[in-house]
Design a binder for this molecule. Structure first.
Ligand code: SPV
Ligand code: MN
Length: 635
């Protein structure tokens, strides 16, 4: 037990207490000692603290995040604010860093992933180990244990996190289920993911990462681990979020299940005594959380799901999280009433990168009178303040976020922690598409659904660093996180659905359709109608119109649903404008889909068959009926 001996040496150096050492012994797992030893020796924290599932340990993390200034208390009970690093509008730590996130692969594997940043494993490890050397100097390193998924569930994967950020540790308490006791049940096995994170050298008050140019997030598939350094933004730093998503995708795609960028929600149609469970994948900042939090419905999860074939013939899904790290921009009483209410009620909540005035958080699109001054990520802020490049600093970041626990919400689904998950009856795929796809479209069958998911296009948003508004293909809203070849991923999807007696029905949604004048054609809450129409289709309660690209709703059904759910009069003109089949635009989209997927070497045949068939159908109908076809001409 060399690892334990080494640990005793750490004890002699007084960087860990006897009580904490006992907590580690109780886990009876030499792999954990090995990992902690390796990274404590490398990162050189001045103290190591083991956090169990006890209330005192968890409270210690929350209190200390405040004490060291990573979070500050706000006026409402339980509310705190955290800031991520900011130098200029284009150089900050307030979004995911795609460029410096690398998947470490062998030399032979390089080149088989045209869409994924890859780096040769040995080279990547050498580089990041050098950067991590001494990264935790003067810091306290937390050792945390979590369960990705409900406790006692065959879906779940355990996760070990080392971090020197108390904000990261605290966020993980809000977002994930505690797993110290679950680790005991591993019986010494190494069947868990692990994540090493360091904010690196800090500067300023509040303390933020100084050396952003040395920010690295390296995904080591072979080691079942992710190493992340010189960052604080949760999408880069929290091992259990997008870093574990990548490891989960790798594991699932080498087994026979799915790890997806899905919300899970319960749909409760008015006047019917049933719950229908839906998953949905949308690129970041495209309405995913606000769909999962639609009024009158219940939420299981808003970001990541594990999906497995189940013995009732359906696939079942669990939320691997139990909290929400949501975009706060545009959350207001009108458009996102459930979220707005949750965020203005006293409860444990972390706001990040918002403006604070008199202890109250303000954010873009909050529906309140904008403040002229306050404190934000740039320090004291005043209207018109510019960064050193002369670019105006908004009062809050467009990717500012909130972190809350789902179980505390009134709309939490009762099945949130069910070890067997919930049956998945339908899946939504949504993009940010101003000019071609209709607001809602039902696939012909499972394979066509996979095709629809694979061909989501979306304009880039502030959730990742870089230019906004660039149209990109976003297969299953998962391309940013993919660590297996896209062709293999899609083939696995196809096979997975085929193995089910009742594969989910698949729908594409588009909340971002615009008129010729650039105005959005839909209200933000209209998504409730699209979602409830899909629910009716799952139960064959309404008919639909067949088009070359899938089924669309009939006017009379939408008219009724708009009245029933939003008390709105939905006009025939609106319907025609929104649901016309834009033949020319759709053929252009297919061309873009083809161009992208031609670069992928081993694409499954069904994909090309569907693409060719769609193009032929669109060409034919275009010749017969013109470039833009009214849905009224199709019924
Ligand atoms: C997303 O961007 O999809 C998120 C937030 O859910 S992040 O953790 O940054 O990925
Ligand atoms: Mn996400």
């Amino acid at each position: 037990m060399d690892n334990i001996k080494t640990f005793k040496k750490h004890l002699e150096k007084k960087i860990i207490t006897k009580v904490d050492l006992e907590k580690l012994y109780a886990l009876n797992n030499n792999h954990i000692f090995r990992i902690i030893n390796e990274f404590v020796d490398l990162c050189k924290p001045s103290k190591v603290t083991i956090i169990s599932d006890s209330k005192e340990d968890i409270e210690y993390v929350r209190r200390k995040a405040i004490k060291i200034g990573e979070e500050s208390e706000l006026a409402l009970e339980g509310h705190t604010v955290h800031y991520d690093g900011f130098f200029t509008i284009s150089n900050h730590d307030q979004a995911r860093d795609k460029e410096n996130t690398q998947v470490l692969v062998s030399k032979e594997q390089q080149g088989i992933y045209p869409w994924i940043n890859t780096m040769e494993r040995e080279k990547g490890l050498k580089e990041i180990f050098e950067i991590m050397d001494g990264a935790m100097k003067g810091h306290e390193c937390l050792v945390r244990f979590f369960s990705l998924g409900p406790k006692n569930s065959e879906f779940s994967i355990l996760a070990l996190q080392l971090t020197d950020s108390f904000y990261v540790g605290h966020s993980e308490d809000l977002l994930y289920r505690e797993g110290y006791e679950e680790f005991k049940r591993l019986n010494g096995s190494d069947n868990f993911f692990y994540f090493i994170h360091s904010s690196g050298e800090l500067m300023g008050d509040p303390p933020v990462t100084k050396n952003l140019e040395k920010r690295r997030i390296y995904v080591d598939l072979k080691g079942g681990r992710v190493l992340s350094v010189n960052n604080q933004y949760a999408g880069n730093s929290l091992g259990l979020k997008k870093l574990a998503l990548r490891l989960g995708i790798f594991k699932a795609n080498n087994e026979d299940w799915l790890t997806e960028h899905y919300f899970i929600m319960g749909l409760h149609p008015k006047g019917k005594d049933r719950i229908t469970y839906a998953c949905g994948a949308y690129p970041s900042a495209c309405g995913k959380t606000s769909t999962a939090m639609l009024p009158g419905q219940t939420i299981v999860g808003d970001d990541i799901a594990y999906i497995r074939k189940w013995d009732d013939g359906y696939c079942h899904g669990v939320n691997i999280e139990h909290g929400i790290f949501g975009i706060i921009k545009d959350v207001n009483l009108n458009d996102d009433p459930e979220i707005f209410k949750a965020l203005t009620t006293p409860r444990e909540t972390i706001f990040s990168n918002v403006l604070i005035k008199n202890g109250t958080p303000y954010w873009l699109g909050d529906g309140r009178v904008p403040q002229e001054e306050g404190f934000n990520f740039s320090g004291e802020w005043y209207k018109g303040k510019k960064d050193e490049n002369g670019v105006e600093i908004p009062f809050a970041h467009p990717n500012a976020r909130y972190t809350i626990r789902i179980s505390e919400l009134l709309n939490a689904d009762p099945m949130l922690n069910e070890p067997n998950g919930v049956p998945v009856h339908l899946i939504f795929y949504g993009g940010r598409d101003s000019d071609n796809m209709p607001p809602v479209l039902e696939s012909f069958d499972w394979e066509h659904g996979v095709f629809l998911g694979a061909s989501i296009e979306s304009e880039t948003t502030s959730a990742t660093i870089g230019q906004e508004g660039v149209r990109k293909m976003q297969p299953m809203a998962n391309l940013d996180f993919l660590v297996v070849p896209l062709g293999k991923y899609l083939e696995n999807h196809q096979r997975f659905g085929q193995s089910l007696d009742f594969p989910p029905k698949v729908f594409a949604t588009n909340y971002f359709l615009k008129s010729k004048d650039g105005e959005y054609l839909n209200g933000i809450l209209d998504k409730l109608v699209w979602v409830m129409w899909a629910e009716l289709r799952v139960h064959s309660d309404v008919n639909a119109i067949e088009t070359p690209i899938g089924y669309i709703p009939k006017y009379k059904d939408l008219e009724l649903l708009f009245k029933r759910y939003l008390d709105k009069n939905y006009t025939k003109d609106d319907y025609v404008e929104q649901f016309s089949i834009r033949v020319k635009k759709l053929i252009e989209k297919l061309d873009r889909v083809e161009e992208m997927y031609r670069k992928e070497k081993n694409m499954p045949k069904f994909f090309w068959d569907i693409l060719n068939e769609q193009r032929e159908k669109l060409n034919n109908i275009g010749k017969e009926k013109g470039e833009i076809i009214s849905p009224l001409d199709l019924s």
